[in-house]
Design a protein around this ligand. Structure first.
Ligand code: AMP
Length: 284
């Protein structure tokens, strides 16, 4: 496995694979890797000739009051896990390799970031869209792998590649969970023992919502109240949002009477210092 910090060197190395028309699969991450990340690498390994994983804690997607400084890092372990999974190349840029001092070009989407996580993190998706576009331009992958856990992020990326004609196929991989249902996340490490115990309520409450939608319960507001009631069993939980929306536009659904298509049940809840997100999809 080769590692690169420098864009020019990475591009030089990738040149021959592009010339030979090899399929390059990109797995972008912020490091502190777990089985969720590794599931993306495993899927990429099956579908691509060359796998590039990137590890970059992207400052542009953190607001000043967020956890950029304390975001967990363990590069040695990350490299070990990636090597074990058969990753070929790891891109590990420093901040100034990605953002020059005079950097000023950001990718802004007009609509998708106005929902869900974008409401409490108004500059987050601008940062995500910008760094992912840069990674696409630097690496020029044929396929790129993202987790359903960050569902809104996937919609943003799918939209930007369509709008900007980026020739890459986006693959969404399922959410990997702990045995009790908690979605794996680098941020779970901030949880105290009690918060960790309660954090399962997020997924359990969303499953309850899925059950009620499938049972034909039509009033979305009632379902949301019930989901929030389950989460508020925890004294550690502070709901950022619970939303039931159109799985393509993210516009909230008032009633599922007559609704056809993909429904997204999504939530962000703070347990102590950790802001955790999760979601479930239902096709109606
Ligand atoms: P992050 O390092 O948190 O930016 O995540 C990098 C990629 O891994 C994103 O595409 C995430 O959606 C994905 N990912 C994170 N956690 C999980 C999980 N539990 N299951 C599947 N994919 C995940």
């Amino acid at each position: 496995m080769k590692t690169f910090e420098n864009i020019t060197e990475l591009r030089g190395f990738l040149k021959k694979f592009h010339k030979e028309d090899k399929t390059i699969g990109l797995v972008p991450t912020m490091g502190y890797l777990h089985e969720g990340h590794m599931s993306l690498v495993k899927t990429a390994r099956k579908e691509c000739d060359i796998i590039v994983a990137s590890i970059f804690v992207n400052p542009a997607q953190f607001a000043p009051n967020e956890d950029l400084e304390s975001y967990p890092r363990d590069l040695k372990k990350d490299l070990h896990l990636l090597e074990k999974e058969g990753c070929d190349i790891v891109f590990l840029p420093e901040n100034n390799e990605i953002y020059n001092n005079d950097f000023e070009t950001y990718i802004n989407l007009e609509k998708l970031p106005k929902h869900l996580c974008g409401l409490s993190r108004p500059t987050h998706f601008r940062g995500v869209a910008t760094v992912v576009t840069k990674l696409f331009n630097i690496i020029q992958p044929g396929k790129a792998y993202f987790g359903q856990k960050d569902y809104q992020q996937i919609l943003v990326i799918k939209k930007l590649i369509r709008d900007l004609n980026v020739p890459v196929k986006i693959i969404m991989c399922p959410i990997v969970r702990n045995d009790d249902g908690l979605a794996l996340s680098s941020r779970n490490m901030y949880l105290t023992k009690d918060e960790r115990k309660d954090a399962v309520l997020l997924h359990q409450s969303l499953l309850k919502g899925v059950e009620r939608i499938k049972a034909g319960n039509k009033e979305i507001n009632e379902i949301i109240v019930d989901i929030k009631a389950i989460i508020s069993q925890s004294q550690h939980a502070k709901v950022d949002y619970i939303s039931i929306s159109n799985g393509e536009t993210l516009k909230e659904i008032g009633s599922i009477k007559g609704y056809k298509g993909l429904v997204l049940l999504a939530g962000a809840v703070r347990f102590g210092k950790s802001r955790l997100i999760d979601n479930e999809l239902v096709e109606l």
